[in-house]
Structure formats: C-alpha cells, structure tokens
Design a protein around this ligand. Structure first.
Ligand SMILES: Cc1cc2nc3c(=O)[nH]c(=O)nc-3n(C[C@H](O)[C@H](O)[C@H](O)COP(=O)(O)OP(=O)(O)OC[C@H]3O[C@@H](n4cnc5c(N)ncnc54)[C@H](O)[C@@H]3O)c2cc1C
Length: 395
C-alpha cells in the first residue's frame, strides 16, 4: 500500500486546521507543512479530535469560537455537542485461584511466541453477558464483562494479589456531553465533559446492574472462588452509598461518539454522506459521525463508517462500478474481524438502509418511548432474563 505512487503518509504530523477557501476545503495545515487536496479532505481524528479540528478551522458554535478569537466560517452549534459514551462500573473481588494479574511476567512470553498459548493468549475479558436492566426494553442496555484480573482506575492501580473483575457497561445511555476548545492553540487538548449518568433513570439502571453483578457473584460455582469484595466493598450497600460510589468512581468504556453526528443541518454536523454542512469538499469519517451511539463496542461501527466513506468518495470519483464488489469484500473482512451484527448488516442490507439519503426524526428523542408494552404478568416479552435477541430498529 505504501508503495502506491498516489499515496504519501506523513507521520508525527499534527494537523492544526483545515484550509478553507471560498467555502471549499482545499487542504490541511499541519506541524510539518501543508497538504493540498485534489478533491476532498476527510477528517478522521476521532470523537475528540475531529470536532476540535473543525472548531479550530472556524466551523462550530459561533459564540464559543468567538470567545477564543477564531473567525467563524460556518456557524453550527452541533459541532462537539451530543458526546455519548458508555459509562462503566467495575466491581472487584479477591480470588484464591490463578488469574491474569501476573500475565506480564517474562515466563509467559515464550509459550505465547512459540505456541500461541498461555496467559498472553487471553483477550482478558472472555465472559460477557448482554442484559436488559428493564425487561420492557427492546434490547439489552448492559454489557456485563468478566475478567480474571484486577481492573480499577483504567488498569493503573495494582494490588499485587489475584483478583476478579466484573464490569457493568451501560450501552443504552441517554446523557450527552460535549467537546469544546480550551484555547485556539491546536497543541492544547480539548475540554471533554461526559455528563455521565445525568439523564433521568440512568442512575436507577446502573444500580440495577450493580445488583445483578452482585447476584451473579453470589452464585455457585463463582461464589466459592471469591474472597473479599474490594470495590465497592461489603460496607457499601445502601442506594445512597452506591449512588455516591458510582458518582465518585464510574469510568467509561473508551467509546466516545457522536460529536460530529450525521443529521440534518439543524441537528447534525455531517449529512448522510458524511459531508460537513456548509463546506464543500469536506467529510468526517470516524466514531464521531454516529447519529447515536451503538449499543455495542464502537470499533466495528467505525470501520463500517470508514468503508462507507471510501465507497462514497469512489462513487463521486466515477468508480461506482467497482463499489459493490469493494463493499462486499470490506464486509467480509470486517465480519472476520468482528462477528457483530454491524458487519452482517453491511453484507445483507442495502446501503440506503444504514445511511438513509436524508436523516429524519428527532435524534435526541429518548429511548423510553420505544419500550415495548410488558405482558400483564410483568414477564419479559422475549427470551427471558439474559436474552439478547436484538430486534431491528433499536441500533
Ligand atoms: C483502551 C481502548 C480499548 C478499546 N477497546 C475496544 C474494543 O475492545 N472493541 C471495540 O470495538 N472498541 C474498542 N475501543 C474503541 C475503539 O478503539 C474506537 O471506537 C475507535 O478506535 C474509534 O476510531 P476513530 O477513528 O473514531 O478514532 P481513533 O481510533 O481515536 O483515531 C483518531 C486518530 O486521529 C489522531 N488525531 C487526532 N487529532 C489529530 C490531529 N489534530 N492531527 C493528527 N492526528 C490527529 C489520533 O491520534 C488518533 O490516532 C477501545 C478504545 C480504547 C481507547
């Protein structure tokens, strides 16, 4: 790939701003110089970097840009807004058995290099439950992940002793945060505010998930392996204590999304073809373009957005004929890498179903109205407690 004559890869180059002339993106200015675009500029700096770059280039909320002395080229209050994440709470126990806590010891390297075996062959989180915290929900809103290792404070805190972690990731969040500028200096990190668990009902859902995790841990045979509960700890039991604990310690699943979301000019940053509203020749293709965060890990959807973007660019360049084959091939690769519903949908669904020609509807409508009516006896409407059938339309 790198040998292609029409490809230049510039590493260690920090993009400072997009160059815009007469309403058209013509290139980028970066720490090593400039790069000119023959046709289009595609921004893929992630859900924090992409809105920062647009704002530094004069595309964003006018008042906010003005406060940092940036000339407004395209006013769009949605740039950097609607940030969504998956809040995640971790519970840990001491365990008596063997765990992955010592997996970094050199003795585990050789079995991995020679035979692909041993502790380094683990993906760490090998057991996952998809669970509805409310049986009336049409799809699971929690991903409960189990890992035989101590994981706390993003893995930076160690105890030196074997432990087990169960993490409850809230994959149906409603709360929205924002990415804003600290300054007009491209070298500054943007300001990130997640506002996690601030929408009504979210804390309740999280508390139900903690209860479920503790229930799982109380069942045999797992119960027999577990010792002291390290986090939250046996002394934290009441709703008030757990709420305070969550507010103080809740982490997230590294899934920032939606800060340059697909939507109409009033609601979004890019259109259904990932083109930035108000600027010619400029697209955003990364996790920030999701209209609403998926109820799953975000790598697969980002790959899908990227594949779709390349397809759109090629189509515009007059190469439509080869697109169907490329899309099919891309979805096969993506399906091999990750067997999520996303790649399957790329394979079977017409592209217009995934990227409608014009996004409609209220992107901020709460999830609650989509709930299905419960049977009168209160039982779950589908596959029981741990059922994970995902009906079309939720994601
Ligand atoms: C620790 C961790 C674990 C994860 N695990 C999983 C997982 O198991 N499964 C899963 O599905 N997802 C996982 N994710 C999420 C997944 O990695 C992201 O959803 C995905 O990478 C998003 O892709 P992106 O292109 O939007 O952004 P990124 O992958 O963040 O890519 C953006 C790139 O742009 C660069 N950049 C930003 N600004 C500039 C600038 N001004 N100039 C030049 N370059 C710039 C950044 O350095 C970065 O390299 C994980 C994320 C993290 C952080």
């Amino acid at each position: 790939m790198r040998k292609r004559e029409n490809l230049t890869v510039e590493t260690e180059a920090h993009v400072r701003r997009i160059l815009i002339e007469n309403g058209r993106a013509i290139g980028v200015e970066h720490s090593k110089g400039t790069a000119r675009a023959a046709r289009e500029v595609i921004v893929a700096a992630g859900a924090y970097g992409s809105p920062q770059l647009l704002m530094l280039s004069g595309i964003g909320p006018a008042e906010h840009l003005g406060a940092h002395g940036i000339e407004v080229l395209v006013e769009n209050p949605n740039v950097g807004q609607h940030l969504q994440e998956h809040p995640m709470a971790f519970l840990n126990w001491r365990v008596s058995g063997d765990t992955l806590d010592d997996a970094a010891e050199p003795k585990y390297l050789l079995p991995w290099l020679l035979r692909g075996r041993g502790k380094l062959s683990s993906n760490i989180a090998e057991g996952v439950v998809h669970w509805r915290s409310d049986p009336s929900l049409p799809a699971p809103d929690f991903q409960i992940v189990q890992a035989p290792v101590y994981f706390w404070e993003h893995g930076f805190r160690k105890t030196g002793a074997p432990a087990l972690t169960i993490g409850a990731s809230y994959v149906g969040p409603e709360s929205r945060g924002a990415v804003t500028l600290r300054s007009a200096d491209p070298g500054d990190h943007p300001r990130i505010l997640n506002n996690a668990l601030t929408s009504p009902g979210e804390m309740e859902a999280m508390l139900r998930a903690l209860e479920m995790v503790r229930e799982i841990a109380s069942q045999r045979p797992l119960r027999d392996l577990l010792g002291e509960e390290l986090n939250p700890s046996a002394s934290i039991r009441t709703r008030k204590q757990l709420t305070d604990w969550l507010r103080a310690t809740c982490e997230h699943e590294y899934h920032p999304s939606c800060t340059c979301r697909i939507g109409s000019p009033g609601q979004g940053v890019v259109d259904a073809e990932l083109r930035v509203h108000g600027v010619e020749g400029l697209r955003v293709a990364d996790a920030s373009a999701q209209p609403r965060i998926v109820s799953a890990n975000t790598q697969a959807v980002t790959v899908m957005i990227a594949e779709r973007c390349s397809d759109l660019v090629l189509a515009r360049a007059g190469a439509a004929a080869c697109n169907t084959r490329r899309l099919a091939e891309a979805s096969r690769v993506s399906h091999r890498q990750s067997s999520t519903w996303l790649s399957i949908r790329v394979q079977v669904a017409p592209a217009t179903q995934i990227f409608p020609s014009e996004p409609t509807g209220n992107l901020d409508a709460p999830f609650a109205p989509q709930r299905r009516a419960l049977p009168s006896d209160g039982r779950a409407p589908s596959r029981g407690r741990f059922g994970s059938a995902i009906p079309p339309g939720r994601h």
